[in-house]
Ligand binder design. Structure first.
Ligand code: ADE
Ligand code: ZN
Length: 329
């Protein structure tokens, strides 16, 4: 078999900063990091004792601090993309919440421009998803992200969609009606993290807003009617097994519904979420599901074809990706 052409549709760029990348970013920006490699690795990844998504999200402080300047952001995108390319990724959607990168004086627009410059520097086919953040008191920042997404939106080769990230159990999806009504009005495609730390109602709310895809969606099955909707309307789920294991999206991985969703015809895709934080990569995710759940080669191919179809990209790109997948299997 040829090399698998991997597709990663759900990857937060600040969750993809490996210790090696962090050292390069720190050197570029004169930022001091722990000299000890083990200490640095521990600060850039989630402990095995992690109990929840809330705890998991605390791991983003250090990587976030390396992405507060134009140069830092450009270099992060370049280095993350080069790393992904070396692992066999052929199409990548990277996500970032611009409002989290304004501590050093950048505007959200400046952040987006830096991301696009970084993307241009690498030749890996990459698109950008802008995240709104689950929080309170940031309504203005979320709306600004929507307006900027409208301004920069393209079919391929730049900003292609928006998302909602952050603590789903603390800030419920139904609190974010306004920004997604605007996204819909503007014709901006969107995915929403849902059914990860909160239940099927969160997935239903995201679908009611008009989400084209669901980030994670692990808990969709808690309401059979919502699962039925996802199947009937071919809504892709961006599943991220090791992230879901670490955030305790399911309390026991033997109950992880991957096989069940595939058997029911759900358009499942496999992604990394935060590969450095989760100490994983896309190839390891596929190995993990093969060993843990007995996922077959045919099922792997199906999930990659699902990812090609679900990409926030143009038809030519999807066709090219599908051709590469067909010829690899
Ligand atoms: N930001 C980074 N990873 C996330 C996740 N798994 N859920 C919500 N927000 C996130
Ligand atoms: Zn995510």
């Amino acid at each position: 078999m040829k090399n698998i052409p991997y597709i990663d549709l759900h990857c937060h760029v600040d969750g993809a900063i490996t210790p090696e990348i962090a050292r390069k970013l720190a050197e570029l920006q004169n930022i001091e990091l722990p000299a000890d490699d083990e200490e640095l690795a521990a600060k850039l990844s989630v402990p095995e004792t992690c109990e929840s998504l809330n705890e998991f999200l605390e791991c983003f402080a250090l990587p976030g601090s390396l992405m507060q300047t134009k140069e830092g952001i450009i270099e992060t995108f370049y280095l993350v993309e080069e790393h992904m390319k070396s692992l066999g990724v052929v199409y990548l959607e990277l996500r970032i919440a611009p409002q989290k990168h304004c501590d050093g004086g950048l505007t959200q627009e400046g952040v987006i421009q830096a991301c696009l410059e970084g993307i241009k520097r690498s030749n890996l086919h990459t698109n950008l998803i802008l995240c709104l953040m689950r929080d309170r008191g940031n309504e203005k920042e979320n709306m600004e992200t929507i307006e900027l997404a409208k301004k920069y939106l393209v079919k391929d080769g730049g900003v292609v969609a928006v998302d909602l990230a952050g603590a789903e159990a603390l800030f419920h999806t139904d609190e974010f009606t306004s920004p997604f009504a605007k996204a819909k009005e503007y014709g901006i495609p969107f995915t929403i993290h849902a059914g990860e730390a909160d239940g099927a109602k969160s997935v239903k709310d995201a679908l009611d807003f008009g989400a084209a895809r669901i980030g994670h969606g692990v808990r969709t099955k808690e309401d059979p009617a919502v699962l039925e909707y996802v199947i009937k309307h071919k809504i892709p789920l961006e599943m991220c097994p090791n992230s879901n294991r670490q955030t305790k999206s399911v309390d026991d991985m033997s109950k992880y519904p991957l096989k069940e969703y595939l058997a029911k015809g759900v358009k499942v895709t496999i992604n990394t979420d935060d590969p450095a934080i989760c100490r994983t990569n896309i190839a390891r995710e596929f190995d993990y599901i093969e060993k843990k759940f007995g996922i077959t080669l045919e099922e792997k191919k199906t999930m990659l074809l699902n990812a090609a179809d679900a990409a926030f990209s143009d038809d030519a790109t999807k066709a090219e990706l599908k051709k590469a997948i067909e010829s690899a299997f």
